[in-house]
Design a protein around this ligand. Sequence first.
Ligand code: UD1
Length: 421
Amino acid sequence: MQYLEIKGGKKLSGNVEISGAKNAALPLIAATILSKNSVEISNLPNVVDIKTLIKLLENLGATCEFKDNHCAKINASCINSTKATYDIVRKMRASILVLGPLLARFGHCEVSLPGGCAIGARPIDLHLSALEKMGATIEIKDGYVIANAKDGLKGAMISFDKITVTGTENIVMAASLAHGKTTIINAAKEPEVVALCKILDSNGVKIDGIGTDELVIHGTNGKLLDINSIKVIPDRIEAGTYLCAGAITNSKISITNCEPKHLGAVIAKLQEMGFEFEISGDKITILPADKIKPVEIITSEYPGFPTDMQAQFMAICTVANGTSLIDERLFENRFMHASELNRMGADIKLNGNVATIKGIKNLNGADVMATDLRASSALVLAALVANGATKVHRIYHLDRGYENLEGKLKALGADILRGDE
Ligand code: UD1
């Protein structure tokens, strides 16, 4: 297993280029199942989760040719199996994204249940009940979701009790090939959902209401789509994480190839903490604060403050001048970084889904354990300002979603090394 060793205390400077969004690329890769053509996807992030989903498609019979680390041509027209097996699905919950497109195209599929996840129960009941509304029969057997819709899926009126990102994406893809019109009420509005809808809408499926919480998908009655090429949008969570690296070290750094519009809630919170910004085109520069102020954060769905940025902000709060509050509303078990930050000397108290973080002068380097993707990045951020060296163990979590994190931080001036345990 590998670890990252970071020696804290260095000011950062310079520019970091943001990669394509993992969470946008995953549904787009799954959407290739709906296409009759090979699809070229560019601006793919070079991260493990992307490789995992492509491997899953290859196991189903699709072919994939990488033009370089960031561009792949996927031909899913040759899929000859509809069983997504446990050995791959267990590696990544988002594998569930193949359920909707496989069922819509083949009228049958078996997808291993994604199982528990470190950040909470994360059920898929909303995905399944929506597919049932569209005429599918669903059975859970031997750890697999077995879905059938022999005569194809039918358009339906679906109202999600809770806003679900991958649930919305799955149903949008399923509805694309369905017979008739599907309306999704309380749909997710995340930029990644919008990106998927736009690609489908411009390649054969009419979708009304893109970017709103009510989507109307006019299914093609089984006709496959004509998708040829896709460019993945920039990763707003990676972008936000580097802005936090600038913030916690109180440095001036810039990020490029990002979409400032997608970072509204993150930038607003950093402004509340005393940081100023220069924004021009696809470039954002964060400027140091006189004094890092404490904040109150409540996570919510887009355009609210993203749960995927909560851990990174908690890291900044540990060194703010005062007491911050973070209320995690999306996932019930997403504070595992708190005890690791406390190992570095932070003063964080948890009460249910609320964390109270009393800012302290200095964190101290320690051995800490990465527990999930975003928690891991929070530990790296904290290490950037801790006294002495911090070893972040189990960084395979980071490699799932951050492209070349240590290379990008090193280019900004951080003292960071990857090693083998
Ligand atoms: C996606 C993102 C993840 C992000 C999350 C919330 C991807 C690949 N992952 O995850 O990075 O943290 O959105 O922004 O895009 N829920 C149910 N039943 C369901 C589905 C969800 O109860 O069938 C609940 C979940 O437990 C959670 C909430 O709904 O409390 C939101 O989850 P959801 O939006 O589905 O998260 P993911 O799509 O898995």
